[in-house]
Design a protein around this ligand. Structure first.
Ligand code: GEK
Length: 295
């Protein structure tokens, strides 16, 4: 379907309780993202494009300083995940609805759309609400049981028409077939570096001609001075979101062995080796970037 003129209105709101005590600890609140699409040809989800993510405040690393274990996507993280990711990844709140917009352009009738490492299904819902075909299926996969359980509940509460299947599984084993859009939104960085090429090559094989892979990652930088600045800017962002220096340091330690970043050049080399000839960076905020690779 050709995309006509589009007017998007986007804003982020917090509940009055959260606004009154923005740095409070352990207060339950609701992160509300209002997203309204108005396509001038009359199509589009209109007010159904409202994404509402319930979340408790992330204070996981604010407790007594002790030994910090490896980060895990467990039930404790699930409870605070929307708050955690939006206060940790600069630009996340804008990227998610824009992934829906990209999917709307690349989706093909009768095809499958994949959200690999879907967490609570933010990208799945953004795409579900933006896609204009009824005969498309969204396949959302995550390896964390706690994430999948909550994601199923969130998807069930949404009444958009496009069918969604949420399953527990490892992206390394996922069957990718007849795909027009594949999303890896901050997932690849959690795979062992040696396993990344095989996955990207398999995704290329499963994509239809004209389909797109959307790959969002935190980047690292070869130039030491730039790496230092990017790290400082990211920590400044986290401080501005209410995280303390202690929380920032403890989360960093927890992620050390779990999340391994690549440079943008490494991502581009991997995508090229898989067969992608058209690769563009469509979003960038500090060290967080999203590439789109078109087959
Ligand atoms: C979002 N995409 O909100 N197989 C499947 N899932 C995995 C694997 C694997 N091998 N490894 C990690 N995950 C989401 C955000 S979060 C990013 C993605 C972050 C899952 C893991 O369980 C977690 O849910 C997700 O990838 C990464 O748009 O927290 O920085």
């Amino acid at each position: 379907m050709s995309q006509k003129s589009l007017v998007g209105v986007f804003s982020g709101l917090r509940s009055p309780a959260a606004k009154a005590r923005p740095c409070g600890r352990g207060i339950g609140f609701c992160v509300v993202v209002l997203l309204r699409w108005r396509y001038r040809d009359g199509s589009g989800p209109g007010w159904r494009g409202i994404v509402r993510l319930m979340s408790e405040r992330d204070d996981i690393y604010s407790g007594n300083p002790g030994e910090v274990g490896d980060f895990r996507f467990d039930e404790r993280v699930v409870k605070v995940f929307p708050d955690m990711i939006s206060r940790s990844v600069p630009g996340y709140g804008l990227m998610v609805p824009l992934i829906g917009l990209l999917a709307r352009r690349f989706v093909q009738p009768g095809s499958n759309v994949y959200d690999l490492g879907c967490s609570l299904g933010a990208a799945t819902l953004a795409m579900r609400r933006a896609i204009a075909y009824d005969d498309v299926q969204i396949v959302a996969v995550d390896v964390s049981q706690a994430m999948v359980k909550r994601c199923c509940e969130i998807v069930a509460e949404d009444n958009s028409r496009v069918p969604v299947s949420v399953s527990l599984g490892d992206v390394r084993d996922a069957d990718i077939d007849n795909a027009s859009v594949i999303v890896l939104n901050f997932t690849l960085q959690f795979l062992a570096p040696a396993e990344r090429q095989a996955l990207i090559s398999r995704l290329y094989q499963g994509l239809n001609a004209g389909g797109a892979l959307i790959l969002s990652e935190k980047l690292h930088f070869e130039d030491a001075a730039e790496q230092q600045l990017q790290t400082d800017w990211h920590h400044d962002f986290k401080r501005s979101q209410g995280y303390s220096d202690l929380e920032i340091a403890r989360k960093r330690t927890a992620l050390e062995n779990v999340m391994v970043t690549d440079s943008q050049a490494e991502h581009r080399q991997r995508l090229a080796k898989a067969g992608f000839e058209q690769v563009y960076c469509w979003f960038r905020c500090f060290s967080f970037a999203s590439l789109i690779a078109i087959k």
